[in-house]
Structures are given as C-alpha cells and as structure tokens.
Design a protein around this ligand. Structure first.
Ligand code: ADP
Length: 602
C-alpha cells in the first residue's frame, strides 16, 4: 500500500478560485469503515430514481468515502464512441468541462472505458493524457488521478475520475473503494436510465396522440404545418423543429413552419435544393438520417447562427411520393435515439395523410369554384340567347299565322302545308327557348312570383292562343263562377296551363277532346283540371314525370318529340305559388293533370 502524501490545501493562483471542500473528513478511517460508508451512500443513491438526483448524492456524499479535490463522471454515449462529462466537485465545475463530449480515444476516462481497467497515475504520465481533458485539471493544480470503470457485469456505463492536488495521492485502498463505488453507481445509473426511458416513451405516446388531434383539426395546409411543428417541438421538448414541403417543380424544399431556438435565424421563405445538406439528402433518397454528431457527417451543411451538433431528418411521404421533410436539430451531441426515429416516422405518416386530405380539399374547393363560375356563365349565356330567340320567333309565328289565313295559300295545298310546317316548328323553338329561360331562372333562384289578381278566363284564353295551331282537337273550358279570380303571376300560370294543354294535344290522337275545368275547393283553393283522351300514362311514371328531363319510355310515346322539361317547370311554378300538381291517368284512355292555386296569396 502506498503512503499518503501530506496534502496541500492551497491552490495555484488562477483567475477562477473555486471553493475547496474539506477533504480531510475521512483521515484515519480504515477500509472496513469506508466500505460501511459506501453501503450507506449506496442506500441513498438507491433511494432516488433520477440521474440528476444520483449526481447530487455523489456530489454531496462522496467526500465521506475518499479524499480528493476533483470528482468527475464520464458518461458513455449510447453509440459508445463518445463520453460526456458530469463535473461533481467545485474544481471540476471550474474547468468548464461539464456537459462536454470527448471521443473514447481521448483522455483518461477514454482509456479506462476502452481498457475496462482502473488506473492510478500522476498527471502528465497518465495513459491517454489529453491537453483538452487532463490539461484542464492541471491548470487548477491537479497532480494525480484515480480513474475506475463504472460497469455492472458486461454493461459499461462510463468512468469515475478522482483528482488530487498532491502527487501520488491515491492508495490501493482508495482503488478498492473507487471500484466498488463504480459498480454501485453503474447499477443505479442503469436503473435511472430505465426509468427515464420509460418516462420518455410514455410522454412520446401521449404527445403523439396530442399531435394526431391537431393534425385532424384543420384542412388548411399552412395552418396545419405551423401548428404541427409547434406541437412536435413543445410536446417532445426538442431544441428546434422545422417542416419543409417539396416545391411544385420538385427541385427545392421550402420551409413552411419552424418552432424552437432557431426561429429568428431563417427567413420565412428559406429554400434548400434537393440533394443539398442533410434535408436535401433525405428528400432525394426518401430515407431518414440520424446524425448524432453532424461534424462527422459529410452531408451536413452548416447554417449561420446554428450551433447544431445532432440532427434527425425524416421524409414525409404519401405512398412512395415524397411531399416534405421533418427536421429536428439539437445543440447537444447524441440528442436522438432510434425511439425518436420510430415515433417521428409514425407522425410523418400522419402528417402525410393530413397533407393529402388538405390537398384534396383544396383541389375540390378550387374545382367547385371553377364549376360554379362556369355554371353561372353558362346560365347567363343561355338566358341571353334564349331571351333573344323569343322575339324573332314570335314575329315568325305571327307572320306565319297571318299568311295561313291568306286565301291564295289556303287554295294552294303545298304552300299551306309548308306554311303550317314553318309555324309548328317555330312554335316548338319558341317553346324550347321559353323552357330554357325558365330553367335558368328557376335554377338560379330567380323565380320571383308577382302575386296579383289573375282573371282565370283571361289566363286560359291566353294559353289557348299559343297552343291552337291546328283544329285537329276540340278544346273546351268551363270555369266555376266562384273560381273566376285567383292570386298569382299571370305570365307564369299561363305557361303552366299552356304546357299542360300542349301536352294534352301532343299525346292525344287527332280528333281527341281536351277539357279544362276550374272549380272552387275548400273555400280558399281553386282546382284546375286539364283532361284529354290520349295515350295515358302508366301509374309507375306518375311521380317521376315531374322531375327534370323525365319522359315516359313506352313505344307509343317515345317517337313524340319532347325534352322532359315542361312538367318540371310546371311543378316549380306551382310550388312557388304554394300549390300542388299531380297526375291522375288511366293508361290507354287518357290523362288528367290537376293543380291547385290559392284564391288569395296569404
Ligand atoms: P315533354 O313533353 O317535352 O317530353 P313534359 O315534362 O311536358 O316533357 O312531359 C314529360 C313526359 O310526360 C312526356 O314525355 C310524356 O311522356 C308524358 N306526358 C306529359 N303529358 C302527357 C299527356 N297529357 N298524356 C300522356 N303523356 C304525357
């Protein structure tokens, strides 16, 4: 066993003067006594579950175990090529090495970790001596070290390092104590890691649920990306989160949202070329990159004011198609692990489907807008054209009718036949123009009913004028004196009666009788009945015929020309008058069309 040197309590002059702890507390303690103290400290360590709480116990209690001026823990990273420093005594704190990282090829802790062997040495003669590690301690007058592995079974956790301002300070007893200490600390740190891991996973699952809710809450892509980046950053407590979307030309990534510590450094329209940097690589290859030390990754492209040391970038894909990249950066080395990758990949899938939904919604909205515009243009065009058709056609019909009465034409059967044809076809065109105009008006909600007193006989006579182009049918009408007046729109009701009459003629053989009866019903209601002796309509068609473009599909009516619009227009006009219209028909014997109109408009 080595003899202890007389310990000097004074430190060399330095700018920073850390407070020295009383390190003579255990002078004279035997090994057994120190091992008992170790058990007591171990109990204290076992009682806490957080890594930081374990470090607090080490900082406070280790002085009862060993005489030292410096206590430092080297924590091996999960990828095992780096260790991070936790300083646990005032001089160690003063070195500024806390939370710094070293390669395991460097420094005394690196040597201990690599060789899994303890070491007692005097400063510059230490194996693996490095100016950036031991050198820092030497600046504070540290002259000797004791370093032991922190290991439980095969599991390496790191190394524990004691330092002293005296040369040859540490003894074999110190070595035994430090090694046992290293073993106990290893078990506790492993347990703490386990608990921390479990806690992190639970938070990740809860956070994923939270973010899923946000993803389902909006169909606006920009809002969606902004709130998602914010939610990921805050829920997972990441240093900085950015979301990029692929440009339309697929050549660049455009930054769409950012949350975290770098928000003030990149402008809102920041773009990065595909293939450029880590995110560019991810976009190009459609695979994620987990770079826990960006300085070792040649794809990393440094950005001004970013002190990034770890980066995790994941592709956002809809099926096999890339739409964007989720990028997370941290100023710490080894900030991310495979579990982060797994959780964020699930989130990227959800972001992708939310983007797909939002895009679909945008497309449908746009298409709908275009269709509405087109439809109103079309309606406007049709209404202008059909309106302009009617006046010349009316003149042709009037002139044709006048000519038909002419004696010369009456006496020339060929002329008469041609004239008759002109008038009939002009009438059809006129009807078509009128129907088309009515449709566009009805569909654009322009059926304004001007409720006025309507003389029922005048209404029927006006309708008759328009339909009576041949004398092949007998048309009679009868109006109940109590039903002489109604409240409604003369022009529109004329159109209804005219449509029903021309159908009665159209779908009846020559010589058939058409009758119009108008009767009072229930005091305030007038019932119009238009009956013919024509082909009739099978019951299964009765309701359908009032729908737009609906026609009877039977051999006896199929050849008769029509559009299937007349009855629909009648229904719309009657319903706008708060009345009802229906058919009562016996197939092969004739049809009866009935509609009701109020006497008053109340
Ligand atoms: P169109 O007569 O131009 O086809 P309508 O809407 O006026 O359109 O009529 C729809 C269908 O109802 C007609 O195609 C016809 O088959 C049937 N229909 C209408 N009125 C009668 C009627 N009085 N007698 C027999 N069938 C009729």
């Amino acid at each position: 066993m080595k003899k202890k040197n007389n310990k000097s309590q004074s430190l060399p002059e330095k700018n920073k003067k850390p407070v020295l702890e009383d390190t003579n507390l255990i002078k004279g303690y035997g090994l057994t006594q120190r091992l008992n103290t170790l058990i007591e400290i171990t109990l204290q360590i076992d009682a806490v579950s957080d890594r930081s709480e374990i470090y607090d116990v080490l900082r406070k209690e280790s002085k009862w175990l060993m005489e030292y001026d410096v206590l430092t823990l080297a924590y091996l990273s999960p990828v095992r090529s780096f260790y991070s420093i936790v300083t646990l005594s005032p001089i160690a704190d003063a070195t500024g090495l806390n939370e710094t990282y070293f390669s395991i090829e460097e420094g005394l802790p690196g040597w201990v970790i690599r060789n899994q062997s303890p070491i007692i040495c005097n400063a510059e003669k230490c194996a693996g001596h490095s100016n950036s590690f031991e050198g820092k301690f030497e600046e504070f007058g540290i002259k000797s070290f004791l370093a032991v592995p922190i290991r439980s079974g095969q599991d390496q956790v790191g190394a524990l390092l004691f330092g002293s301002v005296s040369e040859d300070h540490f003894t074999d007893d110190d070595l035994v104590i430090a090694q046992s200490y290293g073993l106990q600390i290893a078990v506790s740190l492993k347990n703490a890691n386990f608990v921390e891991d479990a806690r992190k996973r639970i938070t990740q699952i809860e956070s994923t649920n939270e973010i899923s809710k946000i993803l389902n809450s909006t169909l606006d892509i920009d809002d969606l990306l902004v709130s998602t980046a914010e939610a990921i950053q805050q829920n997972f407590n990441y240093f900085d989160v950015t979301l990029f979307l692929l440009s339309e030309e697929n050549s660049e990534l455009i930054m769409k949202a950012q949350s975290g510590n770098y928000v003030n450094y990149l402008t809102g329209d920041y773009r990065q070329n595909i293939g450029d940097g880590i995110i560019g690589w991810v976009a190009k290859h459609g695979e994620y990159i987990l770079a826990n030390d960006v300085s070792q990754d040649p794809r990393y492209k440094s950005i001004e004011n970013h002190n990034t040391r770890s980066e995790l970038a994941l592709p956002i894909k809809i099926g096999a198609m890339l739409v964007g990249v989720l990028n997370i950066e941290d100023k710490k080395l080894f900030a991310f692990d495979e579990m982060d990758v797994l959780v964020l990949q699930t989130l990227c899938d959800q972001i992708a489907s939310a983007i797909a939904n939002a895009k679909l919604y945008e497309e449908i909205k746009l298409a709908n807008q275009k269709l509405t515009e087109l439809d109103s243009l079309k309606s406007e065009f049709i209404s202008i054209v059909s309106h302009d058709f009617r006046s010349p056609l009316s003149s042709i019909i009037l002139a044709g009718k006048a000519l038909l009465k002419n004696e010369d034409i009456q006496n020339n059967p060929r002329f008469k036949e041609y004239m008759q044809l002109i008038v009939t076809q002009a009438n059809r065109l006129h009807q078509l123009a009128e129907d088309t105009l009515s449709i566009t008006r009805i569909e654009s909600g322009q059926v304004n009913i001007a409720f006025k007193v309507v003389n029922v006989e005048r209404l029927i006579q006006d309708a008759l004028v328009s339909v009576r182009t041949s004398n092949r049918h007998t048309i009679t009408y009868n109006i109940d004196p109590n039903a002489s007046f109604i409240k409604g729109d003369h022009q529109k009701l004329r159109q209804v009666v005219q449509n029903l009459l021309s159908n009665a003629i159209k779908y009846s053989p020559a010589g058939g009788k058409v009758a119009i009866n108008v009767v009072e019903q229930d005091g305030d209601e007038i019932l119009f009945i238009i009956s013919d002796e024509g082909i009739g309509i099978k019951p299964e068609y009765h309701d359908k015929l009032f729908q737009k473009f609906s026609r009877v599909d039977e051999p006896d009516s199929k050849h008769i020309k029509g559009t299937g619009l007349g009855l629909w227009i009648c229904k719309e006009i009657i319903e706008a008058h708060k009345g009802k219209i229906w058919i009562e028909s016996e197939y092969g014997k004739g049809s009866i069309f009935k509609f009701t109109i109020k006497k008053s408009d109340s």
